[in-house]
Structure formats: C-alpha cells, structure tokens
Write a protein that binds this ligand. Sequence first.
Ligand code: ADP
Ligand code: MG
Ligand code: ZN
Length: 206
Amino acid sequence: MNQAKGGRPEVGRIEVITGPMFSGKSEELIRRLKRARIARQQVACFKPDIDLRYHRTAIASHSAQTHEAVTAPNVAHLRKALYPQLEQVEVIGIDEAQFFDEGIVQLAGELVHMGKRLVLAGLDTTFTGEPFGPIPALMAVADEVTKLSAVCMVCGAPAIHTQRLGTSRELVVVGAAGMYEARCRACFRPYLEERESEQMELPAAD
Ligand code: ADP
Ligand code: MG
Ligand code: ZN
C-alpha cells in the first residue's frame, strides 16, 4: 500500500456510475477520467469487447465523446493488460462493467487495496428489469455510487429502465441503433411482445 505524507496509508477508492442506457454513464466516466488527466494522473481505461460501437480503442458516449481504452474480452485479460503498467497507473476506468464476470469484484478489491482509484460504469438492470451481472456487488463495495437517470422516451419523466424494442431475447445486443430506449417505471414494459400476444390469444368475451 502506498504511504502518503505523515505515514498515513494512501487508500484507494471505488466509484460506481450506474443507471439505464442513455443516462450519461459513459459521459460521466469520460468526464472524470479527463479531469484526472488534467491533474496529471496516469489513467488506464478498459471495456469489454462486446461493445462494438465506434471503435475498439476507445470508449464512447451517445453524445459522441470518447476516451482511449483497451478492449478486454474478460477479467483475466484485463488483469494481464493492466498489471505490467500498474506501478504508474493511478486511475482505472472501466465502461460497460456489467459485461465482465464476477471476477471484476475481486480485482476491484485488489486494486483499491493498492491505493488505486477505480471508476466503473455499467447498467444496474437488464432490459427485463433484473440486477445486471457484477454491478450490484460492485455497488455494495463502492465508496461512492452515482445512480443516473435518463429521460423517458414515452412521457419525459426521469427514466430508470432500459426498454428493449422489438422481439430479440438475447441479453447482449449492444449499441444497435433503435433497439433500446429509456423508460420510467410507469412506461417500462418488460416482455411487451409476449404480453401482447397472450392478450391476443384470449377467447372473445361473448
Ligand atoms: P450511457 O453510457 O448511460 O448509455 P451516454 O453517456 O452514452 O449514456 O449518453 C448520454 C447522452 O445520450 C445524453 O447526454 C444525451 O445526449 C443522449 N440521449 C439520448 N437519448 C437520451 C434519453 N432518453 N435520456 C437522456 N439522454 C439521452
Ligand atoms: Mg455507456
Ligand atoms: Zn414514462
């Protein structure tokens, strides 16, 4: 563990930025990483290789802001890419953290123990409204959780849900334009198509 002035151990920090799609998680992550670089801190940024929006060497927001990033297919690869430069790196950003396995929680624990600042962004719920992968556990061990809302595309209220549009059931369909929109609790319809087709099968009331 790094020693700060006065012999007090320099402790690390885990920050989680969460919320539905379009809530500005990537924007906020990019903002924090850019500010760290302005403060002349060494920054390393990673993302899973599931997000093929824009390019493989950067993270990007829906508002077209970007930050250089390394693509890692899993936590083992992320660790391998990070550890050789770990001595210099002070701030570690991870976007779309929901797509990493539970090993990310252990890695976050190790890094924070070494005095690193971690900023992790990821979806808190899936399009069916369930907790998403390692994000709940990361939120539990975080020093600070920022839960952002988007704007509901039906009524304009603050949105906490990600609505899947169309019929695909696959959990991981990332960045496909027009496939998702933000919805508030009242307008969110998980399994919309299934419910509609069930209703259509009801016998006529006569
Ligand atoms: P996230 O990483 O949470 O998906 P981004 O940081 O990529 O979000 O994008 C946030 C930006 O998306 C906003 O600043 C805004 O320009 C745009 N945007 C598009 N649709 C919405 C919406 N429904 N609510 C809020 N912002 C939206
Ligand atoms: Mg994002
Ligand atoms: Zn709404």
